[in-house]
Design a protein around this ligand. Sequence first.
Ligand SMILES: C[S@@+](CC[C@H](N)C(=O)[O-])C[C@H]1O[C@@H](n2cnc3c(N)ncnc32)[C@H](O)[C@@H]1O
Length: 520
Amino acid sequence: MALKLPAAFQERMRSLLKEEYTDFMDSYDRVPRSGIRVNTLKISTEDLLSIAPWDLRPIPWCGTGFYTEAGERPGRHPYYHAGLYYIQEPSAMAPVELLDVTPGEAVLDLCAAPGGKSTQIAAKLRGTGMLVSNDLNADRTKALAKNIELYGVRNAVVLNEHPDRIAEKFPAFFDKILIDAPCSGEGMFRKDEAMIKEWDGDSPLKYADMQRGILRAAATMLRPGGRIVYSTCTFSPEENEGMIAEFVAGHPEFRVLPVGGTGSFAAGETDWLKEQGSGFGHIPDQVWEQVRGTARLWPHRIEGEGHFLAVLQHEVDPKSAAAAERARDTLLSSTAPAESADRPKGKERPTRNVKPVKGKPPKKGAGNQGEAAPTAAYEAFIREHLLGFVPGGHTVVYGSHIYQSPLPPSLLDGLKVVRPGWYMGDAKNGRFVPAHPLATALHPGEFIRVIRLDSGSGEAVRYLKGETLSIPGDRVECGGEASPKGYALVCIDGYSAGWGKWQEGMLKNEYPAGWRWTSA
Ligand SMILES: C[S@@+](CC[C@H](N)C(=O)[O-])C[C@H]1O[C@@H](n2cnc3c(N)ncnc32)[C@H](O)[C@@H]1O
């Protein structure tokens, strides 16, 4: 085995896995599997399968997930830049499948960066309801915001907050909450050797402390009858079964939905903790019994890295469900303006295209019923360029930036907001300049001017590299009476990739510098 695993880790795994230990260790000699997950916000699974130039084999636990073979490089294809799929480790696709998200729900992804699972949740919401994606690490929220934008998500808010601070604003609010917890990362050793260096014998208990706090905050934000999925990419029982046992023992209103012990998912391991004297206080036998229903994805049993999953279902008490429903309606109908939605306080300057929100939030009393007054130029652009729909939600203006938010701005008051919603563009000197995320979330039938590039022609890559293209006027598809001159939605094989500005046979490239295709 080429990997140098810490002796203390090997010892723990030997005592956990017993007769399976050798098989487990052999898995370190196998190459980790890679996968892609289809972004059904932009393309159906069937359509992607019909155009993808790779051998794609289904991942058993995710209907939109596919294994890719070694040597295939889906990140180096124009389709990647059109947001048609997310490159994701196969086991990492499992938690959202168990969250059971349905359109219209309010979903919180508490530890979301860089956004693999958030984009998966967004696809399941199909542009309805709302997604709040949060991460405590300011730097990592840049990648999170970029992924939300690349994958054409219209209904997400991106926060950079401590879960306790979000909990103050959103009591009993979310239908579903994902906790993809920070963890000691033991399940990623094969894929990412850097995780090995960060591990020491104290890691499991150190992370267990963080996980405890995150779970506690999540429980207060869940609506009665809602569901929390807790996942880690580590093997240590202290961060997995122990954490769930302790949580359920202290929250009898939750029940562990049994998902382990069938198909690809092995049952939760409770004996090890019991033998070691769990360290989690008194856990009743019936709780340990439930915890057996959590799931482990073992790399020696499946094609994927090590993961743990627990589905925590809140048992409904009809009275509190009705009260929570009323409380949420009240919160959502609040239209008072945000007064102090702070910028993230990360030290690093934001990258050019993934900026924390800037400028002053709207003043009290501005606009309709206290909401931000949308600029006239923005409204005119929407009216004149979008076909067949008007973006929904609350129009939120921060400085020159205009967003459509699924939440009233007052609910974000005082939180560190990276994106209050779908970034539509900037109002500057009476003009409106559409932002890149407006383009990536549009379908060709939704914009008045469309230019189609063929992924195989070379033009698509030249566009993605930022080059100006020569495009004759008869290739500009115009809706209604529109002239070909002006902003055009540039699509690759029919899927939006960004903006261009067409004039007299030339397409001025508006693809953002920070997103460009960089290889030869
Ligand atoms: C396993 S990663 C999340 C991966 C992500 N869910 C995805 O699918 O792309 C865990 C994340 O938790 C964040 N984190 C650490 N402590 C946190 C806390 N107390 N609250 C929220 N996020 C936290 C880390 O910055 C890290 O990005």
